[in-house]
Design a protein around this ligand. Sequence first.
Ligand SMILES: [Zn+2]
Length: 135
Amino acid sequence: MNSTKCQKCGLTNFATDLECKRCGTSFVQKTRNSGSRPKFSIIAVVMFAGVAAAFYYVFTGVQGSVDKVNSVEANRVNAQPVLPPDAGRSRADYDRYRSQTVANAVGVSPGLAEHANRTQQTDKAMDQMTNSRAQ
Ligand SMILES: [Zn+2]
């Protein structure tokens, strides 16, 4: 393209000309404006609307889910039985109560009892090995 047609009067000028030979319209300003002018297309508007709708859909969905979880959680908390408080129990009494619970668990559970038995055997074996090397 080695010629520039004037937008105002229609005269064909050389491409190197900065303004029209007949009417003096500047080509530099014209080309820069048309190049950097933001193009307002309907596709961009539709895409923006789609993105906005998607965000709105996700936001309302999350909000509805959170509301549902909150209501379910409130119902669950209300449905739980109220346990008697440990009022008046001293720290020593509480520790004794806890240790009894753990001891009962070890005594009742065969798995925990077996674990305690194996630990004892391992300690015994390690003691023997240490003693035999020391001799
Ligand atoms: Zn012109």
